[in-house]
Write a protein that binds this ligand. Structure first.
Ligand SMILES: C[S@@+](CC[C@H](N)C(=O)[O-])C[C@H]1O[C@@H](n2cnc3c(N)ncnc32)[C@H](O)[C@@H]1O
Length: 282
């Protein structure tokens, strides 16, 4: 039986446990935005040099077992989204294409919005193929056309050959008059150049799969408003929750790892420890 839609869930908490059970207890249509950064099906186990934070991404049953794990969780996420809500699912080349097919089934292909390429330069190099330097974030609307979306701006326009007005602003002369650029730069596209966290970044918590706050800031600003509910049911070190809090959103987190939950809780309360060593691992 469907639970009644409500926006009055208890926010500002991070639950430790399996997210599928946690999500099943939440009412329909209670979230404005869900960001999901699950295991990527890398087949690797990542361990921090201090040995404290461990992240296991190996799947004995292969790709099928990974997709079987993901499916009920993505179904729950769809159920939890408001009609104006959006899901951003973060993966990489290992399983993103199979998951795109599954999300088209769950959400309906018509509700697909973007395949965002997060491009970065750090990491290893390749000599037998091009170095793999991007992750993919799939953006789906609960109901395409109704989703909240605020165009974001970034970068600089090309101004070579342009005219400049009395205030020194570049413009293009058209039949209709002067055409000015947007003051905040070009509208963002679906290719995002954001540096990976460096080993000495002050943002680093020591969690092996931590994502940069700049990535979450774009997503949260584009697809939510102040006071909206932003959820991350694979919250890890709490990047989404920390950024949501800073941007004045309400938030809800979950992770199965007690170490991750402890770290995320300390992060949102400002009691974040600095890692003793740089990250190692796959
Ligand atoms: C890629 S990490 C998330 C990293 C996070 N975005 C950050 O910036 O720190 C994936 C997380 O999913 C958690 N996880 C895996 N299976 C889970 C499950 N069934 N329920 C809840 N969390 C789970 C792992 O413990 C891990 O912290």
């Amino acid at each position: 039986m469907e639970k009644p839609a409500t926006a009055s869930i208890e926010t500002g908490r991070i639950v430790c446990g399996d997210n599928v059970a946690f999500m099943a207890g939440l009412p329909d249509a209670c979230c404005d935005l869900i960001y999901a950064d699950p295991p990527f099906f890398t087949g690797k186990t990542k361990t921090q040099a201090d040995g404290k934070h461990r992240f296991n991404d190996s799947w004995e049953g292969g790709l099928d077992s990974f997709l079987d794990f993901l499916r009920p969780r993505l179904e729950q996420m769809r159920r939890l989204l408001k009609p104006t809500g959006s899901l951003y699912l973060h993966l990489d080349w290992h399983a993103v294409h199979y998951t795109k097919v599954m999300l088209d089934e769950i959400f309906g292909g018509d509700h697909f919005c973007n395949e965002i390429i997060w491009s970065y330069r750090t990491g290893g190099h390749a000599t037998r193929w091009f170095a793999r330097k991007h992750d993919t974030v799939l953006f789906y609307a609960r109901q395409a056309g109704r989703q909240k979306f605020h165009v974001q701006h970034d970068g600089r326009f090309r101004t070579d050959g342009m005219k400049y007005d009395e205030q020194g602003r570049p413009y293009k002369q058209t039949k209709a008059g002067r055409l000015y650029f947007h003051p905040e730069g070009p509208a963002m596209t679906d290719v995002w150049e954001i540096p990976f966290l460096s080993t000495v970044s002050l943002e680093r918590t020591g969690y092996p799969t931590q994502k940069p706050e700049a990535l979450l800031e774009r997503i949260i600003k584009a697809s939510s408003d102040s006071d909206d509910i932003v959820a991350d049911f694979f919250c890890g070190s709490g990047t989404t929750l920390a950024v949501a809090q800073r941007l004045g959103r309400r938030w809800l987190g979950c992770d199965i790892s007690p170490e991750a939950v402890d770290l995320a809780r300390r992060r949102v309360t400002g009691d974040q420890p600095r890692p003793p060593f740089p990250e190692t691992g796959g």
